[in-house]
Ligand binder design. Structure first.
Ligand code: KG4
Ligand code: ZN
Length: 369
């Protein structure tokens, strides 16, 4: 089944053609037009600016995705089975551009629509690649042995899904069956990275900037990490699976205020801040996976691009849950893209969750269900 997928919920205009077969999703094209350079000067995404950029880019991006998949625009109605589009959560005006474009194409090409949840997309990015493996213990920077990769993800699954807009632990007992077992009480991890980066004057987007600064500490400089005060690991020992990152952000602010020479130790602060976020995310994920007897642990969302989080979670699962499988999306499918929307849409299509250009609705606060 060939699906054209469209994503425009935030600041990436993206289109992809995917092919779903049994439990796998193959990517025929994955085109992303990023607005990062435009929003950088404002230090964050300006919704009106994002929407205007989506309007400018969406048709060329879709056209390119079709061409890269070997589909000429005139053939799309015959070759494709459906059009998937992100219906939420996201910025209202940004979502509208993708949805209206998808509706127009669906009407013109007489193809069904599949309204897809953005967070479900992040989760289903894990079905794109063969990244599941039963991992032996390893150090930081652990690489997955290709020979250990398996093709079938086994339920029940606990997924840590973390990005700029959401921060959840999700239990899936089957496809499309989502139970949110943990959520953030305030900021999401990606938001915490972004705000921390601002305080450390590392720029936007914050996650990659904090990660790069932390990674710039060489082995012979490791002692500088001890030169900064320890930050809290909020709620790490609480009885539930919820998160809270606003206290960590405030703790960093006070630590910087107290330290007159903090600008000389930015990588050390970045490393400690990143590690505080990672420690909390990993502790809760392992606890949840144990409680729900997860056969697989997955990582998803923009923050899953963080290499330390990827390798430290892999290591924690292999040490603390030796029977469990662990998987994460390829780096190119971690931050916003349309391939992941196509992947989730394929599993919706298998269950006949069809929409049409008349019925499709967007919802900026769409729940994961
Ligand atoms: O999924 P995404 O592209 O957009 C949302 O759905 O929010 O996630 C973007 C978030 C941003 O907050 C960004 O700082 C964070 O993911 N992020 C990272 C890294 N790359 C992106 N956070 C930590 N380390 C990274 N390497
Ligand atoms: Zn996202």
């Amino acid at each position: 089944m060939l699906i054209l997928a469209i994503e425009s919920s935030c600041d990436e205009t993206a289109a992809s053609v995917i092919e779903g077969r049994a439990e796998r999703v193959q990517i025929l094209s994955n085109v992303i037009s990023s607005q990062i350079e435009i929003h950088k000067k404002y230090g964050g995404v300006i919704p009106e600016v994002a929407a205007r950029e989506h309007v400018r880019n969406i048709i060329p991006v879709i056209n390119e995705a079709l061409l890269q998949a070997g589909i000429k625009p005139g053939e799309a109605s015959k070759r494709l089975s459906a059009i998937a589009v992100t219906a939420g959560p996201g910025l209202m005006t940004a979502l509208s551009v993708g949805a209206q474009t998808a509706k127009s194409l669906s009407c013109a090409w007489k193809l069904p629509l599949i309204a897809t949840n953005h967070i479900a997309g992040h989760i289903y990015a894990n079905w794109i690649t063969k990244s599941i493996s039963n991992l032996p213990a390893g150090g930081h920077g652990f690489q997955f042995p290709i020979s250990k990769q398996i093709t079938k993800i086994q339920f029940p699954i606990v997924i840590l899904t973390v990005s700029g807009g959401h921060n959840m632990l999700v239990l899936m007992k089957d496809h499309l069956d989502y139970e949110i077992i943990g959520d953030t009480l305030d900021d999401a991890a990606g938001e915490a990275f972004d705000k921390g980066a601002k305080m450390l004057e590392l720029g936007y987007p914050g996650g990659p900037a904090v990660a790069a600064s932390a990674a710039s500490i060489t082995d012979d400089q490791l002692s500088i990490t001890n030169s900064v005060s320890k930050l809290p690991r909020p709620m790490i020992s609480s009885a539930n699976f919820n998160f809270s990152f606003s206290g960590l952000k405030t703790a960093l602010l006070y630590a910087l205020k107290k330290d007159k020479s903090w600008r000389k130790k930015i990588p050390a602060y970045a490393a400690e801040y990143q590690q505080a976020i990672i420690d909390t995310l990993i502790a809760k994920t392992i606890k949840a996976a144990k409680k729900y007897s997860a056969k697989t642990v997955l990582l998803a969302g923009g923050v899953s691009a963080n290499k330390e989080l990827r390798s430290q979670l892999a290591q924690a699962v292999s040490e603390k849950l030796p029977q469990a499988l662990f998987g994460l999306p390829d780096l190119k499918y971690t931050t916003d893209n349309a391939a992941m929307i196509g992947a989730a849409a394929y599993f919706l299509a298998r269950e006949k969750h069809w929409d049409s250009w008349r019925s499709l609705k967007i919802n900026p606060n769409l729940d994961l269900k």
